[in-house]
Design a protein around this ligand. Structure first.
Ligand code: PLP
Length: 239
């Protein structure tokens, strides 16, 4: 006898993936002496439909990461009844800052002051300050967004002064397919850079947004406080 709606196979897979992810994050975090509650799992839902987000929210996921503005705004509107936290993790174009400032809780990809100034000016006064991370091109890849590590402290100092932003820390995206050792090296450099900025500016930046499906174990081992995970949670993106 069936009581209530039957879970779809996709919902079962999602629940399984989420359990497995949380267990891995907890185990790796615990090995580094950390509490799993100090590590936020952001479910990267770009490319997935509203039903997948609902299913994740039903399983207790609160933080969602989106890269494409129009798609994100539509989902946010449809899920407005839920108390969710929305992270913009895509590249911020200067002509799209207003809807981002008005509709997101976090922006991870700050890599130039002009964009940060616009976001601060356009953040509605009625909302809490927009939480932001500075994106660092930690592996010095040619085509990657983000500031050079040597420029991060200066940008952090400028962004920290903007009234409607709250600078939380640093974010990075590593090259695909690297060995674990190279990942660890880059993530450790992020951790040291954050400590260096805090020491120099008497700051309290508390966020290292680093780690995706392929490298989150290495990121958590090196101190990630926020991992952004899509594929390992929802499966391959459609299309
Ligand atoms: C797509 C994306 C992710 C998630 O990638 P997966 O490999 O699917 O986990 C994380 N961060 C950013 C910035 C992304 O664009």
């Amino acid at each position: 006898m069936l009581i209530g709606p039957q879970n779809s196979a996709a919902d079962d897979a999602l629940a399984r993936n989420l359990r497995a992810l949380r267990a891995r994050i907890e185990a790796t975090g615990a090995a580094g002496g950390r509490n799993e509650r100090s590590i936020t799992l952001v479910a990267v839902s770009k490319g997935h439909g509203e039903q997948r987000l609902r299913a994740a929210a039903d399983l207790g996921v609160r933080d969602f990461g989106e890269s494409y503005l129009q798609e994100a705004l539509l989902k946010r509107e449809r899920l407005a009844a839920r108390a969710l936290i929305w992270h913009f993790i895509g590249r911020v174009q200067s002509n799209k800052t207003r809807p981002i400032a008005e509709n997101f809780d976090w922006v991870h990809g700050i890599d130039r002051l002009g964009v940060a100034e616009r976001l601060s000016a356009q953040r509605p006064a009625a909302l809490a300050p927009l939480q932001v991370c500075i994106q660092v091109n930690i592996s010095a890849e040619q085509a990657k967004a983000g500031v050079a590590p040597a420029a991060a402290a200066a940008l952090a100092a400028d962004v920290a002064r903007l009234p409607q932003l709250r600078l939380r820390g640093l974010m990075c995206i590593l090259p695909h397919g690297q060995k674990s050792q190279a990942n660890r090296h880059a993530f450790a450099a992020m951790r040291l850079l954050l400590a260096h900025i805090n020491a120099g500016q008497g700051g309290h930046l508390d966020t290292l947004s680093m780690g995706m499906s392929a490298d989150f174990d290495d990121a958590v081992a090196e101190g990630a406080t926020l991992v952004r995970i899509g594929t390992a949670l929802f499966g391959a993106r459609p299309g």
